[in-house]
Design a protein around this ligand. Structure first.
Ligand code: SF4
Length: 383
């Protein structure tokens, strides 16, 4: 061997981590035994040995997409109280559903929720299909939700793979391939772990393990039922997984929002178009949100003539595909002011009942936290 080849071989030997072998293959039984002792109590989860009805599983799973358990809890209770069955939800108006959903974000979910409830009633007589194929045919139900509802409500042999489960599985097998390309492999390995019974408990156990033990930072491996077979743990590389491909950041968009309050305590609102981002949600009037927004021209987009005052600072919000900055203008107008076409006055005290998306709640909070514009103070009751 040439000297340079020897040096290269030595350098590789030094650089590469030595792969340790995990002691054994992971067993579903170990995870289920752990789950029986440590399962989380959640409003949508049945007691041990019982099964959650499909309506509650489906409702909670739609709400939990991109949203934390803590945030979802009160919304889940509110929906179940207002609409205790899928038939009741199907009979509700979309506007009512959007109002009840306001603040939970990702509003396409609320529209799909409503469409799905109607489809279950119209196509299936109000009974959720018990197969993955049947569930997948419903509006707003993708692979993850079909697997979750199928497994948890019907014990179908399926594994819902969310971010928590991806983390557990990539660590368990030290999967070097980065997400999202690694998704099919993760699904295959997760499915290979499925026990012949208790699919629903297995799915929830995996979710709980990822949420409580196998955390992104400093996982509590000593408490993990798969401590022995976990390859990443054996190699001391837990926090390296999952590998993720670099994300493309969306380009910043900017715009202006106009908060105008009438002297008798009414605020000017409008409903967004039927299609597109935040479709059919309520907003204060504003300009388009664009990459080349020019603040100097903003007042030309105001809904009516008034003594507009630009509020200091901006409202920042991040949508999944772009960040947004809104400059807020505020004005006070006389009680006799007419609402422009396609806009309406809504009592400030009732504004919390409107289907306001989070970004608009931020705009109002920003406006109402500021010192009063020209015609006196805005009432703080809308915050
Ligand atoms: S041993 Fe640690 S890294 Fe491996 S699955 Fe368990 S908690 Fe996660």
């Amino acid at each position: 061997m040439l000297l340079c080849d020897m040096l290269w071989a030595m350098s590789v030997a030094v650089r590469l981590p030595r792969r340790k072998k995990a002691a054994s293959a992971p067993q579903a039984a170990d995870l289920l035994a752990w789950y029986d002792r440590h399962r989380r109590v959640m409003p949508w989860r049945a007691r041990q040995g019982e099964r959650t009805p499909p309506y509650a599983v489906w409702l909670s799973e739609i709400m939990l997409q991109q949203t934390t358990v803590k945030t979802v809890g009160p919304y889940f209770e509110k929906f179940l109280t207002k609409w205790p069955t899928v038939e009741a939800l199907a009979l509700a108006s979309l506007d009512d559903v959007l109002r009840a959903w306001a603040g939970l974000g990702y509003y396409a979910r609320a529209r799909n929720l409503h469409a799905c409830a109607r489809a279950v009633v119209e196509r299936h007589n109000g009974i959720f299909p018990d197969t993955i194929e049947g569930l997948l045919a419903l509006p707003g139900i993708g692979d993850y939700t079909a697997a979750a509802v199928g497994a948890i409500a019907f014990d179908a042999p399926a594994v819902p793979v969310d971010g928590n489960v991806e983390r557990v599985v990539t660590r368990l097998y030290a999967i070097e391939e980065a997400l999202p390309a690694a998704k099919p492999k993760i699904k295959e390995l997760a499915t290979s772990l499925l026990p012949s019974q208790r699919s629903g408990d297995f799915a929830q156990a995996l979710m709980d393990l990822g949420a409580t033990i196998c955390s992104p930072k400093r996982p509590a491996c000593s408490l993990c039922p798969w401590h022995e077979p976990c390859v990443a743990r054996a190699e001391g590389r837990q926090e390296e997984f999952p590998h993720k491909a670099a994300k493309k950041e969306g380009k910043l968009r900017r715009g202006a929002a106009f908060v105008v309050v009438r002297d008798d305590g009414f605020i000017l609102l409008r409903t967004r178009p039927d299609k597109g981002l935040l479709a059919q949600m309520t907003e204060v009037p504003g300009t388009a949100w664009s990459h080349d927004f020019n603040l100097a021209d903003a007042e030309a987009g105001a809904p009516l003539k008034a003594g507009w005052r630009r509020l200091p600072g901006v409202v920042e919000h991040t949508f999944t595909h772009f960040p947004l900055e809104l400059t807020v203008f505020a004005a006070r107008v006389p009680k006799s002011s007419k609402a422009p076409k396609d806009m309406r006055w809504s009592a400030v005290k009732d504004v919390h009942d409107e289907a306001l998306p989070t970004v608009m709640r931020k705009v109002l909070a920003h406006a109402f936290a500021m010192p009063a514009p020209a015609r006196g103070r805005l009432r703080k009751s809308a915050r």
